[in-house]
Design a protein around this ligand. Structure first.
Ligand SMILES: [Zn+2]
Length: 379
């Protein structure tokens, strides 16, 4: 089959790779209908993830049709249309039973993360195998392990372009608002107007926030943001973000500050350079947040950031919480929301193209060119 693979040195290319096969009784094979780029791919493509090997199939978020099921798959049948959550989790270990599938002890195939992070997280599609990754969704077919745990039937009325965002972007945003404990009357600030940032803002509105302000440096993305009910935009190229946020929160600062900025683009034609001094949005969030507030990190960078403002963090009594691929439990509810038109996501697919144009799509996505928020591929 054809698949979009990491080719090393910041390159992606479509290659022929072997078709996936059932390996375990709980596996199924999905024929991909749609897959989407994800900000978490950018560090990988920037060469900042040394665990990656050329030839690994990319694609963290996808949906498709079931074409083959293992003998222990109960919830899915051939021809079902399913969306697959980004974390690969067993559903049965201690972490899964506590409702934390992204922390699953059994979903991972990788050990490289353990020395660096203390413990390995769950596996995930389109991540390097050495970090617990499985071949991803930018392909014609995908093997889905623990299919009953990680795949969800898509209601008939929900389009592919809408449902593909239920794989990870929408659960991440929804979970970000939940981690922030966004409550009626809150002022919420979100750094980053990409798909996750926009969906975090939607979630904050849905939870009853009084004001939701999204901060970014791209006018085209911010115009999209202001199309969401109840969401305001700030371009930090033109305004003093800290002063504006104070002003819009009665002088106190936002109750909840979410860093959904991901990795900043470094200009046309280049992958972002190593970022020893990344974390500008996180620092700004810590400074902006009201005393006793919550800072939520939905960033997808793999390594370290410098100059974390520990003094402000401690003296202001802030809570910092973080999550990656952790919202999987919300996917069925989000699909229902999509079916009721209460959650609309297809506008985030600013660019749609065949998988063969994967390299071009990733260049657009990396550079945030032509108003690109997400590229959705069709194999
Ligand atoms: Zn588990």
């Amino acid at each position: 089959m054809k698949a979009l693979c990491w080719a090393g040195a910041g390159l992606v290319e479509v290659r022929r790779v072997p078709d996936p096969e059932l390996r375990n009784a709980q596996d199924m094979i999905v024929r991909v209908r749609r897959s989407t780029t994800c900000g978490a791919d950018l560090p990988l493509l920037a060469g900042r993830v040394p665990e990656a090997s050329a030839g690994e199939v990319l694609g963290r978020e996808f949906l498709g049709d079931v074409v083959e099921v293992g003998p222990e798959v109960r919830r899915h049948r051939v021809a079902d249309r399913v969306v697959v959550g980004a974390a690969v989790a067993c559903g049965a270990c201690w972490f899964c039973r506590q409702g934390m599938p992204s922390c699953c002890d059994n979903g991972t195939g990788g050990v490289a993360a353990e020395p660096e992070w203390g413990q390995p997280p769950a596996g995930g599609y389109g991540r390097p195998a050495r970090l617990g990754g499985f071949a991803g969704g930018h392909a014609e077919y995908v093997r889905v392990p623990y299919a009953d745990v990680g795949a969800f039937a898509v209601p008939e009325s929900v389009s592919d372009e809408r449902a593909v965002f239920a794989a990870d972007a929408a659960p991440a945003g929804w979970y970000g608002a939940e981690l922030g404990e966004v409550a009626p009357g809150d002022v919420v600030a979100v750094w980053g107007a990409g798909a996750v940032g926009q969906l975090t803002a939607d979630a904050a509105v849905a939870r009853g926030a009084d004001r939701v302000v999204v901060v970014d440096d791209r006018d085209d993305r911010l115009r999209m943001v202001t199309g969401h009910d109840g969401v305001e935009a700030l371009n930090h190229r033109y305004v003093d973000v800290l002063a504006e946020l104070r002003e819009r929160s009665g002088g106190r600062g936002p109750d909840v500050c979410v860093d959904a900025s991901g990795m900043t683009a470094a200009g046309p034609g280049r992958w972002p350079a190593a970022e020893p001094d990344g974390g500008a949005a996180l620092r700004e969030a810590v400074h902006a947040c009201r005393k006793g507030g919550v800072v939520v990190v939905l960033d997808a960078r793999p390594g370290f950031v410098d100059r974390f403002p520990l003094g402000a963090f401690a003296d202001k009594g802030l809570a910092v919480r973080a999550a990656r691929r952790r919202g999987g439990a919300a996917i069925p509810a989000l699909l229902e929301r999509m079916a009721r038109d209460e959650l609309v996501t297809e506008h985030l697919a600013t660019h749609r193209m065949p998988l063969e144009r994967g390299a071009e799509g990733y260049a657009l996505f990396r550079d945030r060119a032509d108003g690109c928020v997400r590229v959705v591929f069709t194999p």
